[in-house]
Each structure stands twice: as C-alpha cells, then as structure tokens.
Design a protein around this ligand. Structure first.
Ligand code: GTP
Length: 598
C-alpha cells in the first residue's frame, strides 16, 4: 500500500462508552476476525483485564479497508489503556497516530476521561472524529451531547457521527471519515530511522517484543538498532505486524505499525516513548515526548507466611520483566519481617500487581497502606525523599515537608456539587474552578494532595454522588504542607508498618479514628491490648482491645466432633491473613484501616 493510503488512528473514550465494542465492529467489518474469534472482545487480552473490564496493555492491529471508491487503504488501529494511572502510555500511543475517533455515550455525555483524552489527542495534534455512540438507548440524548461537544470541546456539532456500535449504525461512516479526515503519515522513507516505541511485552522465548510505529526511514531484519534513551544496541531478529495475529515481515517503513524483536532481555531497555534508530546511520534527535516514568505510590508487600519470601521475590522479578514501571526493593519491618517496598504508577496499578501475585503465584500478602513520596528538608539542609512513613525523621529534625499535589477534575450533575465540595474540603482540597458543561452538568476543579486521593477519594466520591461523578487527575508538583508522622503502638510497642503521615490539623481526629478502628479490627487476644496513636513522644489517642474471655471451642462443648472441626476450620480461614506482630495477632485489614479515614 502507498504511504498516502495509510491511516493510523486510535479510539478514545471514557470507560464504558463503547470503545472496545466499536473496535470489534471495525475488526469485523474489515474481516480481520472470524465470527468465532469475535466471541471474545479481541483487544482486551488478559484475564484480569476482562474481569475488571479495563484495558491495561496497548495493542495495535493492521486492517485492510476497501473504500467505496474502490481504493484500498491500510488501517492501523492502536488501542489505548483507559485509566488515569496509564496516562503517559496513552499519550505515547496517541503519538503513533494522526487521528482519533472520539467516542461519547449518547446517554452520559462528556465525562472526565473524555476531556483528559481529548487534551492528550490535541497535544499530539490529532485529527478528531467525534462519534456519539449508543444512540439506540431509550435514554439517548444525542442533541444535548452534540451541543456539549460543541460548547466544551469546540467541535462543530454538524460534524458529529451518530452511531450504535452495538446495532452497527454509523460504523461505515466512521471508517469513511477515517479515510477522508485523518491525514496519512508524513515521514520520509529515506531519512534515518526513527521508530516510536509505544509498548513492549516480555516473551520468554523471543525476549522483549517491542511495539513500534515508524515515523521516519525504515528497518529490516538483521539491522543493528540503537535505543536512543540508553544507547544500547541490538540486532533485529524478527519484524512483523498484527493482523491481529502476528505475521512476519522482512521490514517496516514510514507509516507502518508493527513489532520487532532483537533478543532484548529486559522491558526496562525498551521504554515506552523512546526512539529506535539504526546504529550505522543514526537519527540526530529522538522523537519528542519521551519521559521516564516514576512510580507515585508506594507500599510494603510482605508474605503472610515468611517462608514465602523468596517466592515473593521471584514473583516480583517475573512481573518486572513485563512492567518497567514496577519498582521494588527489599524492606524489613520490625512488625512484618522481610518483604519488599514497591512503587507503582497509581492505585489501580498497585491493585493489579497485588492481585497477580496472589492469583498467579499463590502467595498470600500483607500489604501496608499506600504512601506517596514526600520531600523532606531537614534542619541541617539535607533533602531526603521519603516513600515509607516509618522512615520520616523526627519533627524536631525537619524544616519543611513537601508533598505532591494533583489537579483533580470532577464532573457531576449539579445536585451533587455540595457533596463533592464537602469531600474535596475534607481532603484538604483548594478550590480552583467550577463551570457548567450544560444546564445540569458541572465541571469542578480542585488542587488536592495526592496522598488524599490515594486515601479512598474516588470511593467516597462515587458513594456520595450515587456513581454519577467522573474523575481524573494530573500531577502538578510539590507544595509545602504542615505534615507530621503518626505512630501507632500496640501493647506499648511502635508498629512500624502502621505509621502514616498526616496533616497536623487533622492529626487528632485521624489518630482517634484509627485507634477506634484498630480496636474493632484486631481480634481479642488472651490479654488486654492498649492501642495508642502518638506524634513523637506524645500520645494523642488511645483505645483498648479487651481480653478474650473464652476459647471459641468452649462454646460447643459436648457438641459433635464435625461441628468442632468446622469451627476450627473457620478459625483457620480467618487466620489466613493474620500476622503475629510482637505478641499481638493483627489482620490484613488493620494495615489498610488508615485508608478509610474521612
Ligand atoms: P473500557 O474497556 O472499560 O474502557 O470500556 P469501553 O469503552 O471499551 O466500553 P465497551 O465497548 O466495553 O462497552 C461498554 C458497555 O456498553 C458494554 O456493555 C457494551 O455492550 C455496551 N455498548 C457498547 N456500544 C453500545 C451501543 O452502541 N449501544 C448500546 N446499547 N450499548 C453499547
């Protein structure tokens, strides 16, 4: 196919607005998949993704499209992950495209991620094809949504395609508009190679499979390539395209989207956003936009059974092969023994990794409450980064503590503005802006400490707005805050894994809340256990776990043996996630209780 007949595009949408359904429909219409293969939505491959209904890994499919003017076109449909934790990956996969199909639900209208994705697309100078999907729904209100697209995004409402991916309405028009509106890739085939990496996955047999889009020049099997971020060189073993199954090729040229392998052992070498060039005739400058991603949220992972420490290390090593944004280092806690301090892009990323460790590697974990990275300026002028609250220096050694802030965008129907503001204030939010999107829906912007977002912000938002709020955020930098470390003592001993960092104005309230919560969560022991919250040497709150009166078995003395066994088994079940901390047995939930604070 001629370069001028190539179209590289993505579909962008808020979660559940119908991105995958539309992608499937396009695959079906271009006969990329048989009916049988269509059964499963193709673009979401991993089990976990399907269960959670989100897309984690990017994908790229090459499709042949025959226009009604009989001209043949080559489409590359590039998929993007739909979650704020993966914003950078989204922006890099959009950088591989010249256009994006913007899908908006006809009943829901513009949501927070619609806007976030539109901004990313505009940053990448993409041509937008606006689509209102699900017009078959009885509560569809296409006129209102089209007006919203015009008012909020500046799209002419007459340009909007009305569609139902489910009922195959408007899909042909979308494909025609991809041809007429999205420009062909503009790079030159004779210039030095510039290939954009927009994803990479580790394969145990072939090494890293790098997903690339050729922006300039060409590459073929046997070429010596260089990764411009780290200067490492490799020889290309394999090149191919996904149709959607991998099909080998001798080479790729400007506008092509596909993959290459080169015996690369570590996905950390092929970072998303980096540029691949040729060793012999390298490009002068890499493509713009490359960023090294740093984890934003940290927590401790400890095996419930300390014999599984090495298994946990192996699990992390395996996961890291495929996930260059996962960080970990060995950590030892007085309370929890040996484990790992791990860094993640965000909370969802953290949950996914925890779940995979438990499910794929069969390791029961104790996880400590997530923390952000604090910047601590000490009185001696030293600046340290603290990602583990227990390592925060004593307050008399500290000049200033700075914490990461985000700009949070929340969209809700106007009746919920009050509750949203109340939550945002409680989370130390600073009001920035409020605008009506239409007569009923409001866009509210706050600056909020990232740590407060980590602490169940979205859950509270959802429950206080009956699920109507949509939410997105972006890191805006560090700001000084009056923060202190709160220690928790059980039976008089400080439990390092329970320490957390809190704003001084909220310290008393949160200290009180957490000792009460722990009193309820930690089961009664043989003896009375005081639970205390302390700042430095000062105890600010206290509760008491009463001593247990009877053994659970004594309840059914004389009872038959099977009932006794059942009870014991139940007890054992309950114990699975318990950890002996000093002389006290502490359940997993206790380490997370700090998250539930208002
Ligand atoms: P994420 O992968 O979570 O980002 O969602 P998505 O945007 O890919 O949405 P998906 O295609 O999974 O669709 C979400 C839900 O909407 C599914 O239950 C679809 O069956 C349904 N849906 C998609 N398109 C239409 C449509 O045109 N009409 C109706 N009525 N339902 C649709």
């Amino acid at each position: 196919t001629k370069q001028e007949n190539v179209r590289n595009f993505s579909i962008i949408a808020h979660i559940d607005h119908g991105k995958s359904t539309l992608a499937d429909r396009i695959l079906e219409k271009t006969k990329a998949l048989t009916q049988r293969e269509m059964k499963e939505q193709f673009l979401d491959a991993m089990d976990l993704e399907r269960e959670r209904g989100i897309t984690i890994k990017l994908n790229a499919v090459q499709l042949n499209y025959k226009h009604k003017n009989e001209e043949e076109y080559l489409f590359h449909l590039i998929d993007t992950p739909g979650h704020v934790d993966f914003t950078y990956e989204v922006s890099r996969s959009l950088a591989a495209c010249e256009g994006a199909v913007l899908v908006v639900d006809a009943a829901q209208g513009i949501e927070a991620q619609t806007l976030a994705n539109v901004y990313l697309a505009l940053d990448n100078e993409l041509e937008l094809i606006p689509v209102i999907n699900k017009i078959d729904l009885p509560n569809a209100d296409s006129d209102r949504v089209a007006q919203e697209l015009e008012d909020v995004i500046g799209i002419d409402k007459d340009d909007v395609i009305l569609a139902s991916a489910k009922d195959d309405i408007g899909v042909d028009e979308i494909m025609e508009r991809i041809v007429s509106d999205v420009p062909a890739p503009s790079g030159e085939p004779d210039k030095p190679l510039k290939a954009l990496i927009f994803d990479s996955v580790y394969d145990p047999y072939r090494g890293v499979i790098t997903y690339i889009c050729i922006k300039e020049g060409s590459v073929k099997v046997g070429d010596k390539i260089k990764l411009m971020a780290n200067g490492k060189e490799f020889e290309v073993n394999e090149i191919g395209v996904f149709r959607p199954n991998p099909v080998p090729k001798q080479g790729l040229s400007v506008g092509d989207v596909g993959f290459l392998t080169a015996s690369i052992k570590n996905v950390g070498d092929t970072r998303v956003g980096d540029t691949i060039t040729l060793s012999n005739s390298p490009a002068e400058n890499p493509l713009p936009g490359y960023k090294r991603l740093n984890p934003m949220v940290f927590c401790g992972l400890f095996p419930v059974d300390s014999n599984q420490y090495n298994d946990l290390r192996e699990a992390l090593e395996r996961l890291e092969l495929n996930d260059s944004s996962l960080q970990y280092e060995a950590e030892s806690s007085q309370a929890l023994g040996f484990g790992f301090r791990c860094g993640f892009l965000g909370l969802l990323h953290m949950e996914i990794i925890q779940e995979r460790i438990e499910r794929e590697f069969n390791i029961d974990l104790i996880t400590t409450a997530p923390s952000v990275i604090y910047e601590v300026e000490k009185t001696d002028g030293d600046i340290m980064e603290v990602d583990n609250p227990s390592t925060m220096p004593d307050s008399q050694l500290v000049n200033e503590v700075r914490e990461p802030f985000v700009e949070a965008t929340i969209m809700v129907p106007n009746e919920y503005v009050g509750p949203v503001m109340e939550i945002a204030q409680k989370k130390r939010g600073q009001f920035v802006d409020m605008k009506y999107l239409d007569e009923v829906r409001v866009n509210i912007v706050y600056h909020i400490p990232l740590s407060e977002i980590v602490y169940a912000f979205f859950d509270q938002l959802k429950s206080k707005t009956k699920g109507y709020a949509s939410f997105d955020y972006e890191l805006i930098g560090y700001r000084p805050s009056n923060l202190v470390k709160m220690d928790i003592l059980l039976n008089g001993d400080t439990i390092d894994a329970l320490s957390f960092i809190v704003h001084r104005d909220f310290a008393y309230e949160r200290g009180k809340h957490i000792v009460d919560k722990l009193k309820d969560l930690i089961p009664k022991q043989q003896f009375e256990v005081p639970v205390q919250a302390a700042i430095g040497n000062k105890i600010i709150a206290r509760s008491t776990i009463k001593a247990m009166k009877k053994n659970v078995l004594s309840k059914c003395y004389g009872g038959d043996i099977s009932r006794k066994r059942k009870l014991l088994e139940k007890q054992k079940e309950g114990k699975k996630r318990m950890k002996m901390v000093g002389s006290v047995e502490v359940p997993q939930e206790a380490f997370m209780s700090v998250l539930e604070m208002n």
